[in-house]
Design a protein around this ligand. Structure first.
Ligand SMILES: [Fe+2]
Length: 181
């Protein structure tokens, strides 16, 4: 397993090309929480921490709207491929997992690979910022489904939501929304 990441240059690049509000519901604070949640989950699930961390910073980086942007996952996967070797480095299997996790997080429900599933669970556990309590039935790892983990993530997500972006205003919060965050 080989991973090389210099986070500051990578984040600088992602911020430069990010089309939305850097401090919005899909911006850097969300990425940071997904990374921290992922670290906690990976300690129990056995997921690859390098992939989980990189997923946190890439997965929403190519969003073109804060609403129902169904192609942002595939776009993120393409960005991962384009920046591999210049802004970060992963071994072949890690890169494949990162691409799969980014590509599928827009539509995927569950995945057989624990690293990919841990990525998706980390994202879903930060739904509190848009007024949604994560549903344990939509979480795939035992680590994510534990009530104390859901409560910890939800409270953190809610606390981090600026008053100007209350959940009621979120474009994600609509009837029938099967939100991927
Ligand atoms: Fe997200």
């Amino acid at each position: 397993m080989s991973t090389q990441v210099e986070l500051h240059p990578l984040l600088t690049h992602l911020r430069h090309r990010f089309a939305l509000d850097w401090h919005g519901i899909h911006g850097v604070a969300h990425w940071a929480r997904v990374a921290r949640i992922g670290e906690r989950l990976a300690a129990e699930s056995g997921a690859r921490l390098d992939v989980v961390r990189l997923f946190a910073f890439f997965h929403d980086s190519c969003r073109e709207s804060d609403g129902w942007d169904t192609q942002h996952g595939p776009r993120a996967a393409m960005l991962v491929e384009s920046l591999h070797g210049s802004h970060f480095s992963l071994d072949r299997s890690g890169l494949a997992l990162l691409i799969e996790a980014c590509h599928g997080h827009t539509h995927g429900d569950f995945h057989d690979d624990v690293t990919v599933q841990t990525c998706w669970d980390s994202d879903r556990l930060d739904l509190g910022r848009v007024g949604i309590v994560p549903d344990p039935e939509r979480l795939g790892t035992a680590a994510a489904r534990r009530p104390e983990v859901i409560t910890w993530a939800y409270r953190w997500s809610i606390a981090a939501t600026p008053a100007s972006r209350t959940p009621a205003r979120s474009p994600l919060r609509r009837p029938g929304c099967r939100c991927r965050s």
